[in-house]
Design a protein around this ligand. Structure first.
Ligand SMILES: *Cc1c(COP(=O)(O)O)cnc(C)c1O
Length: 440
């Protein structure tokens, strides 16, 4: 059986590594080095000219990072990956590898706040326009497209709405035009493989579920190897015109001897070289440790979160539960199509008592951590209206799906009885106890 056709549980432990060639070490060593000795001047010249692949300098590649990159590419069904200093760096690289000043990208409105700021402000200042469209209607991507559109961008399972993105539908709009779909899969690793639905590039904040232990900021950028960058060369000039920074290399051609890796090759040898957002080998090692148990953890996160959503739906202080299994209509159809393997660890709910109840709930939690993070092994909670979304107007908060009484939970791996116990205690403090007593 081809190694990369193994199951995710196996790939998470084995892909990209057997043992250290010099020491026989089974665990992946941390290659804490900046540079690598060249065998000869000819060897050095070949490496720099990409005639031969090998280690040159840790900003561009490192053997520890290489294992992480091979492992995530195998798990996603892609052909190559690069590791980056953060998820934010991965999102920025994903766009900068295709778009330059004067170009545009069409993105879903439903984004992580950091991505929103990157797109609406920082990329704009660099001359790259991001056009935001409502993902409810896939055709909105077609309507926002013009001849300078270089990519589509979205999150697989964006919070707070937690409605899966129509990956296949939007990928199918872009492909005939030569426009790849880039998916941020941070909230749904293993539950969704965006390449299976036609996405061309996957982005991760590995800081969240991939690491899983809340120790490490990291990002990953993965090439599906499933997109024909030359089908419409005028659409993708950065991969189809000579690159003056690399002796006039045309990346879609230069990559051919290495496989369908033009996108990720350019990201490595141009963007990592020039922008330098490299992941430290120690941090790559931390993410490798996390990924070893990712299949087990995603299953347990999904089971616990489903039980929490069902419990909250029965609670009198809760007016609405936001979880894929509790959606109706088109959102329910998308959940059924894209999340058959589990629906992830994020749960939202609204409290009848509005903002005051939301704050009281958070302050009463004893086990859940109150942090602006997701995907930790521990359960986490936040009240967006008073924290992550507090700079937005009431209307803008509503547009993003945040009501005054909205609470976001990232359900961890504790015993479900302890999770429900802490929630019940905090709901009582938020006014739920009175409601419940009255109701009983
Ligand atoms: C956290 C997050 C990011 C940014 O990742 P960092 O590792 O914090 O830079 C991007 N997208 C999503 C969906 C996230 O949750």
């Amino acid at each position: 059986m081809a190694v990369n056709s193994r199951h995710p549980e196996t790939l998470a432990l084995h892909a990209g590594w057997r043992k250290d060639p010099t020491t026989n070490s089974v665990a992946v060593p941390i290659y804490q080095t900046t540079s690598y000795q060249f065998d000869s001047t000819e060897h050095a010249a070949n490496l720099f000219a990409l005639r031969e692949l090998g280690n040159i300098y840790t900003r561009i590649m490192n053997p520890t990072n290489d294992v992480l990159e091979q492992r995530i590419a195998a798990l996603e069904g892609g052909v190559g990956a690069i590791s980056l200093a953060s998820g934010q760096a991965a999102s920025a690289f994903a766009i900068q590898n295709l778009a330059r000043a004067g170009d545009n990208v069409v993105s879903s409105t439903d984004l992580y706040g950091g991505t929103w700021n990157l797109f609406a402000n920082t990329l704009k200042d660099l001359g790259i326009e991001v056009r935001f469209v409502d993902p409810t209607d896939p055709q909105a991507f077609a309507r926002a497209t013009d001849e300078r559109t270089r990519a589509y961008y979205a999150e697989t399972l964006p919070n707070p709405k937690l409605v899966p993105f129509p990956i296949a539908e939007v990928a199918a709009i872009g492909r005939p035009l030569g426009i790849p779909l880039i998916m941020d899969n941070t909230a749904a690793p293993l539950l969704v493989r965006p390449f299976d639905h036609g996405a061309a590039v996957v982005v991760y904040s590995a800081t969240k579920y991939l690491g899983g232990h809340g120790t490490t900021i990291a990002g990953l950028l993965i090439d599906g190897g499933n997109f024909d960058w030359q089908a419409n060369p005028a659409r993708q000039p950065l991969l189809n015109t000579p690159d003056p920074s690399y002796h006039g290399a045309v990346w879609a051609e230069a990559a051919k001897p290495l496989g369908p890796v033009a996108y990720i090759l350019r990201a490595r040898v141009v963007l990592l070289r020039d922008l330098g957002a490299a992941l430290a080998p120690f941090n790559a090692h931390q993410i490798i440790q996390g990924i070893e148990t990712l299949p087990l953890r995603m299953r347990a996160h999904s089971e616990n979160a489903r039980a929490v959503a069902d419990h909250l739906a029965r609670h009198p202080a809760v007016t609405r539960v936001i979880y894929p299994a509790h959606h109706t209509g088109v959102a329910a159809e998308r959940a059924a199509k894209y999340l058959p393997r589990g629906q992830g660890g994020l749960v939202g709910f609204e409290l009848a008592g509005g903002a005051a109840a939301g704050r009281a709930f958070i302050d009463a939690l004893q086990m859940f951590y109150h942090v602006a993070n997701i995907g930790d092994a521990r359960s986490l909670a936040i009240h967006p209206a008073s924290t992550t979304h507090s700079q937005l107007s009431a209307e803008d908060q509503a547009a993003t799906g945040v009501s005054p009484g909205y609470v976001r939970l990232s359900i961890g791996l504790e015993h479900i009885d302890d999770i429900l116990g802490d929630l019940d205690h905090a709901l009582a403090a938020a006014g739920g106890g009175a409601h419940r007593a009255a109701a009983e």
